[in-house]
Ligand binder design. Structure first.
Ligand code: HAM
Length: 444
């Protein structure tokens, strides 16, 4: 009996076996994130409204229609407008800058789990209070500075692969990864494509729905996202005739992500480039992605993300890039139940292995991912293409690594790796293909 008072629409009480499944999923997600070398962060569930308007974008559905906002209370001496966070990336970027982590940590890798709020029309898989597990890599140097080289593209692959790992370990069926580029703010990149899309879509304007006709001027990329058959038909014809012409940097990001990620995805995860994929938040640049899974009906995105190389600077910080993802935990659980998957065990937090790239090649990174996929806690430096072995060993020792696995020029040529015991100092060369077995044997 509640005197007619019920939980608000689009919210859920969680108890009994559902609580246990939820908790097991949280443990799995944080366990995997720690295996990948990410540290936890919690930011407030509400923030200044301006934070979301500036980062997510004024012309997005989230900011225009879906925010839970508490207006200022000037009578109480509080002239701020607050909003329940609709997502967590903006809060993490704010915290990164507010605590000067760009100066003290350089590259930061965070994961978070917590409730998010969007005033959407509730339906299966779409809640007004839902939970996300997400991760962000912040502080990537996008252009060489002095003797510091630009960061490689490994970070962009890292977040996709970590998300895939969690979803795959959660036992989801029919996992699909779609990726695309949305270009960036450099002159001639996204703006050029936007104008071509605008012109081509305007030519078929009368066939588009009312919303899409308005979107041509306000946010043309959202037209590609419309599921109405007529709009879809017009967009398909336009995409076939307007090739994506993004800048060299955006192209290189995709070219790295696509072969490297495809090669390393867990078994059973399909991947495809999808030019229709755009995201509902404006901060993205370059590569974006989404995962879908079976058992979910129309709201089948279990997670998504991408890079946002302009946001740190837009929020008053230095010119540093970032990338990340978030998974919708309720949707992951729905899909897990549909797949009749049992709650999986989280990887145990065992001894740390440090993989050192002493040569600019994707091979050391691939080795690190294979160790992590086998449940071995593995750190890998995402901030530089390669470093000297001495520099790497200092880092490995600071992090408390048990073993360092080093791939330099010589090792790469020979298809080998050097395994170094960080306590005793002994080291030996092994076949790179045997690295996982060797590391397992040594860690016992
Ligand atoms: P997003 O695509 O808006 O991205 O949300 C990520 C996931 O949260 C979705 O794929 C979905 O599973 C879940 N989700 C979103 N809205 C709802 C809802 N109303 N009910 C249930 N689940 C929902 C972001 O939020 C970005 N911050 C991700 C990111 C991190 N990009 C870079 N870093």
């Amino acid at each position: 009996m509640t005197n007619g008072i019920q939980a608000p629409r689009g919210t859920k009480d969680l108890f009994g076996p559902e609580f246990d499944r939820f908790e097991a999923l949280e443990r799995l997600a944080s366990g995997v994130a720690r295996t990948w070398g990410y540290a936890g962060i919690r930011t407030p569930v509400f923030e200044d409204t301006g934070l979301f308007v500036r980062s997510i974008g004024e012309a997005t559905d989230i900011v225009e229609k879906e925010m839970f906002t508490v207006p200022p209370r000037e009578d109480k001496g509080d002239d701020k407008s607050y909003t329940l966070r609709p997502e967590n990336t903006a809060g993490v970027v704010r915290a990164y800058l507010e605590h000067n982590l760009h100066k003290t940590q350089g590259l930061a890798r965070f994961f978070y789990i917590g409730p998010q709020f969007r005033r959407e029309r509730p339906q299966a898989g779409r809640l007004r209070q839902f939970h996300q597990m997400g991760a962000e890599v912040l502080g990537l140097l996008r252009e060489a500075k002095g003797d510091q080289p630009a960061a490689p593209y490994t970070a962009y692959a890292d977040v996709i692969l970590m998300a895939a790992e969690i979803l795959s370990r959660a036992g989801l069926k029919g996992l699909k990864l779609r990726y695309n580029s949305v270009g960036c703010a450099k002159p001639g990149c996204r703006d050029g494509y936007r104008e071509k899309l605008k012109a081509a879509l305007s030519a078929g304007k009368e066939k588009l729905c009312g919303d899409c006709q308005r979107r041509i001027d306000r946010n043309v990329f959202r037209v590609l996202d419309c599921k109405k058959p007529n709009c879809r038909e017009v967009s398909a014809a336009v995409l076939a005739n307007v090739p994506q012409e993004f800048c060299a940097e955006c192209r290189a990001q995709m070219d790295f992500v696509s072969p490297t990620v495809k090669e390393l995805l867990p078994a059973g995860v399909e991947a495809a480039h999808d030019q229709f994929l755009v995201r509902g938040l404006d901060y993205y640049t370059g590569t974006v992605f989404e995962f879908t899974a079976e058992g979910l009906g129309s709201q089948d995105a279990v997670g998504g993300g991408g890079s946002y190389d302009g946001l740190i600077e837009e929020m008053g910080g230095p010119k540093l890039g970032a990338t990340g993802f978030a998974l919708g935990l309720e949707r992951v659980l729905m899909s897990q139940e549909a797949a009749k998957a049992a709650s999986p065990e989280a990887p145990a937090a065992g001894a740390l292995v440090y993989v050192a790239a002493a040569v600019d090649s994707p091979e050391p990174y691939k080795l690190a991912v294979r160790l992590r996929q086998a449940g071995i806690r593995t750190d890998f430096d995402l901030s530089a293409p390669a470093r000297g072995v001495g520099n790497h060993l200092k880092r490995a020792s600071k992090l408390g690594a048990r073993l360092a696995v080093i791939v330099g020029e010589d090792e790469l040529k020979a298809g080998e790796a050097t395994v170094k015991d960080m306590a005793g100092g002994e080291q030996r060369r092994i076949k790179a293909a045997d690295a996982l077995a060797e590391v397992k044997k040594t860690l016992g």
